[in-house]
Design a protein around this ligand. Sequence first.
Ligand SMILES: CC(C)(COP(=O)(O)OP(=O)(O)OC[C@H]1O[C@@H](n2cnc3c(N)ncnc32)[C@H](O)[C@@H]1OP(=O)(O)O)[C@@H](O)C(=O)NCCC(=O)NCCS
Length: 211
Amino acid sequence: MESARPRLLIVGAGGHARVVADAAEECGAWSSIGFLDDRFPELRASGPWTVVGALAQLDVLATAHDELVVAIGDAKARMRIIEQLVTQGRRLATIVHPRATVSRHAVVGAGTMILAGACINPGARLGRGVIVNTGATIDHDCDLGQGVHIAPGAHLSGDVRVGENTWIGVGSCVRQGITIGDHVMIGAGAAVVSDIPSQSTAVGVPARVRP
Ligand SMILES: CC(C)(COP(=O)(O)OP(=O)(O)OC[C@H]1O[C@@H](n2cnc3c(N)ncnc32)[C@H](O)[C@@H]1OP(=O)(O)O)[C@@H](O)C(=O)NCCC(=O)NCCS
């Protein structure tokens, strides 16, 4: 029966990748979990998990595994690799920690990572390659573009729209109905109470766009 479970290859072997590996292990859905990282062959392991190769070997190693997930924090780098994998027709794994809560009425894109204690409420739509980090919450009808990262402990009220590759900083919160653009950085601890334009950084309580 062991061989019936797919083998998982995680691209990246840093701290976030270990958290993703840990969530995948808790799921018990994969027969093996390995990392791919450019620090190979100097780096042979990251935590208890083996680094099986470098990024240059992605094609060969992707073929040797059944499913992949890209666990690189940098959204541009993450999405570039995801696009490459999708173009090649690879199977992207969606990792949902067994102690995260995801409504059956939410839509979660391929290659998305939902970590321990996170909560996704009904009507929420999450694009491809999204990270909902530890203890973050996404309330009803939120719309998260591809590559979005909701950092640990951040909270989105209902009906919030977040554009692609945007980072919502650790411990921040967003008022209901707000629109945050693409490629935005919301600082740690911010309270977002008005719309935030694309390509900006906003910090503070209330959050203001930095000049
Ligand atoms: C907003 C942020 C991106 C700014 O980073 P940065 O450009 O390197 O900024 P600096 O650290 O050089 O700080 C510049 C100024 O902004 C202030 N500042 C930085 N982050 C701030 C924040 N979150 N809230 C309020 N002010 C902040 C600094 O105090 C500093 O002010 P000063 O010029 O008066 O001294 C970063 O501080 C941040 O909050 N990142 C989110 C981290 C996160 O979510 N981590 C989760 C990992 S999973």
